[in-house]
Design a protein around this ligand. Structure first.
Ligand code: TNX
Length: 723
């Protein structure tokens, strides 16, 4: 690899004659104090690096991935050293005629200094191709983080990311001084870490679809798909992260979110037989029985290996969204509760979490839990609580004096949509980078003396939706998380609660060059569209390029000047820049939908509570009372044939391809009697484009049996009128 770099750099040296100068300093996250001077230091390849402490040697290897480095004992261009009088993550970076000197309180401090140095270099540094020469300004930067926990969580359960993909993402986190990566290793949909004493967990639980007993609930229905990390893989990931000042914290999500392990080991479930007719015999129960003693022995096997594998202080043991109705129905759990005078199932959850805490203590670790786990009474005082449901829950945790990771979904769940018409969840909120940036503990009511209990912030990417977006290419992951991560990095680092969104936006835009060089498919700002006196115009404020489409065409044309038109609704716009892309923009009429009267009929019975009229009224979802079988059908019949340019019909929940017909096709009828095939379902849905005549009826037909659940959801159709 290094040899290759040298070759590439040799050619760069010959062919690239321009010297890129770091002009305006723009460092994300903002350093505490920066003093700039007029002069510049010229850095030329190969760059001599000298370290004053052997523990810093991994940083030299790290640098060699990006620059052509010559390790020396003499005075180098870059001198790295440790100053034990500083806090571990604190650093001092000086650039003057003697070169670049970084003193860090510890390894992390020096690494933080390196990430700052990268942002003083030309953006090309991130492309790992070496830099011929660069002029960097003389300066003194003294810097330290506000919070020790600057985290990010990847849900590699719902959507599998292999070792390489995780490492590539670790690079992106490290560039922005994020120092904790939590891996959500187990959930209902998968078990992603090798457990040597129970190899079946990952060998079976790492794969879904095809002949796997694990149901593919979020995409990739027909293939056997997935993977898991062997313990050796994980050690590599941990080490890769450690070099980049990132601690990997594992999460084994218990006692709920355990459908996957329960599918492999049904004996862990509560002691009753559920009725599974609606799901064709598939048991969808997802909680460990809290009263079954053998469960704690199994969990000790698992947690012992996890404790031995991960060097982190904390092991996250879940505690969220437990379906406690299973415990209520279980005679053994009821007896345990009665014997121990527990008045509710939250107390039973506390009992479960305390048992796990004892195991962790035995192996030298501390527990981390989701906020619901503190509802049932006191936990070990050293428990780290992750407040996710809302600010209120974070507040409760802090008031109970737990160290708290503040990550309410309304600000920190980067699987949420960034604007109403984009992809993503919306249960917590719809928000873009600005809302993240404007968050501070005081802005949501924390008092300054409560900061002592705020460990820091964590962004997260739950990945139910990622599986249906070609995860082999990280486009969707990047789009959802950048630039929101820049805002997360900034607010976790800086020591002030003052926010200036306009100036931060300018810095995000100045950072685009670097994101381009890093290979990130980030989200650009949405173009602003205006229609005035017959002219339709679109503008962006970030130097990206605008393209437009005119219905019914789907080809993108370069937008260069206002479009003269009587029908602005025909046009849509998108901004692009390299791999980056914006949301689609247009005048309101472009997105307008109509709601003609229709009724739903089906071969499957109608749910009483979620009756078909819910969807017929275009408000909510309707449901059947069982999953679909081969040849089951759902039909939408319109009172009057509907003229439209586009009609989307869908099974499954809004945003989420779950409770769907996993495979099937769609037929359209113009007279209500004769039906013609128009296409196959994709993620439970299909969009009819420019039907040749008004549509009288649409029929969705299933070609698969079951969907891993007890019903099929039916959405109201989305109908776009003719223009
Ligand atoms: C809530 S976060 C969950 C996850 C989902 C996420 C989707 C948490 C503790 N539970 O299981 O994936 O919402 O946004």
């Amino acid at each position: 690899m290094k040899a290759l770099l040298r070759v590439i750099t040799f050619f760069t040296l010959i062919f690239v004659t321009t010297v890129v100068v770091a002009q305006d300093i723009c460092i994300i996250p903002t350093p505490k104090s920066t003093m700039l001077k007029e002069d510049r230091y010229t850095l030329t390849s190969p760059i001599n690096v000298n370290i004053g402490d052997q523990s810093l040697s991994p940083i030299v290897d790290y640098l060699s991935e990006y620059l052509v480095i010559n390790k020396t004992n003499k005075n180098g261009d870059i001198k790295l050293n440790i100053d034990k009088t500083l806090d571990v993550e604190k650093y001092r970076l000086t650039i003057d005629s003697a070169g670049i000197t970084i003193f860090g309180g510890g390894y992390g401090g020096v690494f933080n200094g390196i990430t700052t140095l990268f942002q003083l270099l030309p953006a090309e540094v991130y492309s790992k191709q070496g830099i011929a020469t660069a002029e960097i300004p003389y300066c003194t930067i003294k810097d330290a983080p506000q919070f020790g926990h600057r985290g990010f969580m990847l849900d590699i359960c719902r959507t599998w990311m292999d070792k390489q993909a995780v490492m590539e993402y670790i690079d992106l986190l490290a560039y922005h001084k994020i120092n904790v990566l939590r891996l959500h290793l187990t959930d209902d949909e998968a078990w992603r870490i090798e457990i040597k004493s129970h190899p079946e967990l990952a060998e079976i639980g790492g794969f879904r679809g095809s002949d796997s007993p694990i149901w593919p609930r979020y995409g990739k229905w027909n293939e056997r798909w997935g993977g898991y990390y062997t313990q050796d893989d994980m050690r590599e990931i941990i080490e890769y992260a450690r070099v980049r000042n990132i601690e990997v914290v594992p999460e084994i999500d218990l006692p709920g979110h355990s459908l996957c392990i329960a599918t492999i080991h049904p004996e862990i479930l509560c002691n009753y037989t559920p009725n599974t007719t609606a799901s064709f015999g598939y048991d969808t129960r997802s909680a460990f029985c809290a009263s079954r003693e053998e469960n704690y022995a199994l969990l000790e096997d698992i947690l012992r290996e996890i404790c031995e594998l991960f060097p982190s202080t904390y092991i996250h043991i879940g505690g969220d969204e437990v379906d406690m109705s299973q415990w209520k129905r279980c005679p053994d759990c009821s007896r345990l509760m009665a014997d121990n005078k527990m008045s509710n199932t939250s107390e039973l959850q506390r009992y479960f979490m305390s048992r796990l805490t004892d195991i962790l203590t035995k192996y030298g670790k501390l527990p981390a839990v989701w906020n619901e786990a503190i509802d049932g009474g006191e936990l070990n005082a050293e428990t780290l609580v992750y407040g996710w449901e809302g600010v209120k829950e974070c507040y409760e945790s802090v008031s109970k004096r737990y160290q708290t990771v503040v990550m309410p979904g309304q600000y920190f769940y980067f699987d949420m949509k960034q604007s109403p018409r984009e992809d993503g969840h919306d249960w917590a909120a719809i928000f873009d980078w600005q809302k993240v940036y404007e968050f501070s503990p005081t802005s949501v009511g924390f008092a300054l003396d409560e900061y002592a209990y705020i460990a820091g912030f964590e962004g997260s990417f739950f990945s139910e939706l990622y599986a249906s977006h070609t995860p082999e290419e990280p486009t969707y992951l990047h789009y959802m998380t950048f630039p929101r991560i820049l805002a997360l990095a900034e607010i976790s680092w800086i020591a002030t609660n003052e926010r200036d969104s306009d100036s931060f936006y300018k810095r995000i835009v100045a950072h685009y060059n670097r994101l381009d060089a890093m290979g990130v498919s980030y989200r650009l700002s949405t173009p602003k569209v205006r229609y005035c006196e017959g002219q339709l115009s679109a503008t962006v404020d970030d130097n990206s390029t605008i393209f437009y489409c005119r219905e019914p065409m789907t080809t993108e044309m370069l937008y260069t000047k206002p479009i003269v038109t009587d029908n602005p609704a025909e046009y849509s716009f998108v901004a692009r820049r390299g791999r980056a892309k914006s949301a689609t923009a247009g005048v309101d009429a472009h997105f307008k939908t109509i709601t003609p009267a229709f009724n739903i009929t089906s071969s499957m019975p109608e749910s009483e509570r979620y009756s078909f009229d819910k969807a017929e009224n275009y408000g909510r979802l309707a449901r059947t009372t069982r999953a679909g079988d081969v040849d089951d059908w759902i039909m939408f019949t319109f009172d009057t044939p509907v003229k439209c340019r586009r009609m989307k019909v869908a099974t499954g929940n809004f945003q989420l391809p779950r409770y769907i017909f996993e495979n099937g096709y769609v037929e359209v009828s113009f007279d209500g009697y004769n039906f013609t095939y128009v296409g196959d379902l994709e993620c439970g849905m299909f969009t009819i484009e420019y039907p040749v005549k008004p549509i009288k009826a649409v029929r969705i037909i299933s070609t698969s049996r079951g969907n891993g659940a007890e019903w099929v959801s039916i959405q109201p159709p989305t109908i776009y009128p003719l223009l």
